[in-house]
Each structure stands twice: as C-alpha cells, then as structure tokens.
Design a protein around this ligand. Structure first.
Ligand code: TTP
Ligand code: CA
Length: 362
C-alpha cells in the first residue's frame, strides 16, 4: 500500500493562543516576547501573528527592533507552561486521527506527523478530507488554526504544510512530487542547513531540481557517503523514514478547558470524569496497564499545578483511575481559592498487559 502521511503545523502558535485568550487582540499585531533578565529591553521575539509579520516582524528579532517596526503592536510575555498544555490537547486530537497510536510522531511543541495510509485507503482525495476534518476539529475544540501537508512520505508532507500558511492544506500526490520540489531553492529541502546551502551554492546548485540532477558521486565526494546519498534522494522526494513516536509513548492523557473559569464541583468533576473515560478507552485500545495517575489544574491566573500518585503494580481498572484522580482534584480545591480554568488527567508508567486481558473485561 502506498503510504499517506500528514504533517500538521499550528499557525503562529504562541501568538494564536494569546489571540484566542483575549478577543480584543483580534486584528492587532501581536508579538510574543521572550524577555531576558535584562528586562523588556533585552528580549527577543518568540513568535508573532501574521498582522505583525506584515510589518516585517520575525522570530528571534530583538523586541526593540520589533517595536520600531510597529509601535502599535501588542507585546506579551511568553507563557510556556500554558502553551504546553494547549499543545498537549492539540496532540491528543492529532493522535486520535492517526491510523493507530503508534503511527503518530510529535516533532515539536506545535508540529506532528500522522500516518493515515489505512484510514485513507491510500487515496489522496480521502486523505484531503481527513486533513480538512482534522483542521475543523482543532478549530472547534481549541479555537486555533493549523496548516496541513499531505504526501507519500514525511519529507513531502512536511514541505507541503509550509507551502500554504496560515490555515492552508496542500496535497502532493506521488506523481506531483517532482514538479513540487524542482523549482524550490535548496534551503527549502527539509533537513538542509545554512552550511550545506552555501556549499551547494559554491557548486552552482541553487534549486532542488538542480540538486536532483547533480552527479551523485560528486555529491558524495563533497559531503561524504551518507549525506551525499541523502541529498540526492531527498531532492527526488524519496524518504522512507517511518512515522514513529520518538519519545517513549509512556503516557496517555487528556486536557480540556471548563466552559468558563469556575470552582463549581459538579462541573469540575463531571469534566474530570469525561476525561478519565477518554483516557480509559485509550488504555484499552492500547492494551496497557498504568502505574501512575497525574492530575493537572490550570487556575484562572494561569498557574499550572500537578499532583501524581504511583502504584506498586500496574493497574488498568476504572476505580484506580477515577478514585485517585478525584481525590487529587479534591485536594486542589482545598488548596486554592481561585477558579479553575483547565484540567487534565493522565496515566503513565505504562506496561503491556498481554495475558491480562480479563482486567479489561470487567
Ligand atoms: P514555528 O512553527 O516555527 O512558528 P509559528 O507556529 O509561530 O508560526 P508559523 O505559522 O510560521 O508556523 O514555531 C512554533 C512555536 O515555537 C512558536 O509559536 C514560538 C516558538 N518559537 C520560539 O520561541 N522561537 C523561535 O525562534 C521560533 C522559530 C519559534
Ligand atoms: Ca507553527
């Protein structure tokens, strides 16, 4: 079966989350800044929305320079723990759209690969529909947009997702691969850095098409066997690396926002119950047991706290999960007077439970 891979990249991720959190930012240039210990003056731009990009503002630029490009831009400090929670929720949506738990690969806080060979039946029209559905689900549940690339391998999918941004979708069929790559400058080839780009320029190679047409022996002479071969293959769109979770997939979790910030116990516990059911169904489909339960709470002031419990033996029953999660949630309620904004539950220290199937049957 011809593989079908999706790459999803969230649009202006940190700034998009800030826009979502404060509707009054809509239409304004929003710049998220990483302030150093030298205070506001010494910071660098982490990212910015597309209104700010129109003014020439870019990631890694000094905040002072960004301010001079657009004095009316809104500057906000990075809130990494909060973005990580949103990322976790997005990743759960993405993972649930992959062929299986294993055919999912997160590559950064806001990007992931999903293999959909089976669910698309290797059909690229069906794959596009799946891509549209994923965009819709992320928009509905997280109220942010993403760009999607679909191709016969990771290299093409990754390059396709950045072809049309923001909120884009680009499908490259195997027969379209070469036309897609050929005119692009070599620096667009995923995996090529500045040094390689310079060396290639010295050899008179500017486009991916020129790289593809170049003598492989000469590439090997300059870059060595591995890299030379890789350059030639990548330029012709060949990439056989599998979609595979990099970090040991040792946790299963779900997070969600409450309808509004609240301390209402019935609202909090019913959402917790829903999230726990979701986690349980995924534990079952993966046929694993867990040795730890973790509950996360984000308060109305965005402070994130977690509590965990670890057991001696792997378990996989409803009670172990729900009772422990509820007790920890109760403790959170007792410890703080603030409203709750988001909550999450996850299990970890997963073990295969082959031969313990009966546990699930209760
Ligand atoms: P990117 O995906 O590179 O950028 P982006 O999501 O902001 O914008 P785009 O629409 O072009 O995809 O990075 C993801 C997040 O990582 C970004 O929102 C902020 C963070 N980041 C930094 O903190 N510093 C950086 O230099 C870059 C490039 C990103
Ligand atoms: Ca992004």
């Amino acid at each position: 079966m011809e593989r079908v891979i999706i790459h999803v990249d969230m649009d202006y991720f940190y700034a998009a989350i800030e826009e979502r959190e404060d509707p009054s930012l809509k239409g304004k240039a929003v710049v998220v800044c990483m302030y150093s210990n030298r205070g506001e003056e010494g910071g660098a731009v982490s990212t910015c929305n597309y209104v700010a990009r129109d003014a020439g503002i870019r990631s890694a630029m000094p905040c002072r320079q960004a301010k001079s490009l657009d004095p009316d831009a809104v500057f906000l400090p990075v809130r990494k723990p909060f973005y990580e929670e949103v990322s976790a929720s997005v990743m759960e949506i993405l993972r649930s759209n992959a062929d299986s738990e294993e055919s999912f690969e997160k590559i950064s806080i806001d990007e992931a690969f999903l293999e959909i060979t089976k669910s698309s039946g290797s059909d690229f029209d069906t794959a596009r529909e799946i891509g549209m559905r994923i965009k819709e689900e992320v928009r509905e549940r997280e109220r942010i947009t993403c760009s999607v690339g679909i191709g016969p391998n990771k290299l093409i999918a990754k390059m396709a997702s950045s072809f049309k941004k923001p909120d884009g979708i680009t499908v490259i069929r195997p027969e379209e691969m070469k036309d897609f790559l050929r005119p692009m400058p070599v620096k667009k080839l995923w995996g090529i850095g500045g040094v390689t780009e310079e060396k290639l320029a010295e050899m008179g190679i500017k486009t991916i098409g020129e790289l593809e047409g170049h003598d492989i022996l000469e590439l090997i002479a300059v870059f060595g066997k591995n890299k030379g071969t890789w350059l030639k293959q990548a330029a012709s769109g060949v990439d056989e690396t599998p979609v595979k979770e990099r970090t040991a997939s040792d946790q299963i979790g779900r997070m969600a926002s409450l309808k509004h910030d609240t301390r209402d116990e019935s609202m909090i516990f019913s959402l917790l119950d829903e999230l726990a059911d979701d986690v349980l169904s995924r534990i079952r489909s993966r046929k694993v047991g867990f040795r730890s339960v973790t509950v996360t709470v984000i308060l109305s002031n965005f402070k994130t706290s977690t509590k965990s419990r670890t057991f001696n033996h792997p378990v996989s029953d409803v009670e172990s999960l729900k009772e422990n999660a509820e007790q920890m949630m109760q403790q959170f309620l007792e410890e703080s007077t603030l409203n709750f904004r988001r909550i999450g539950v996850r299990v970890g220290n997963l073990n295969e439970t082959a031969g313990q199937k009966s546990l699930f049957d209760f």
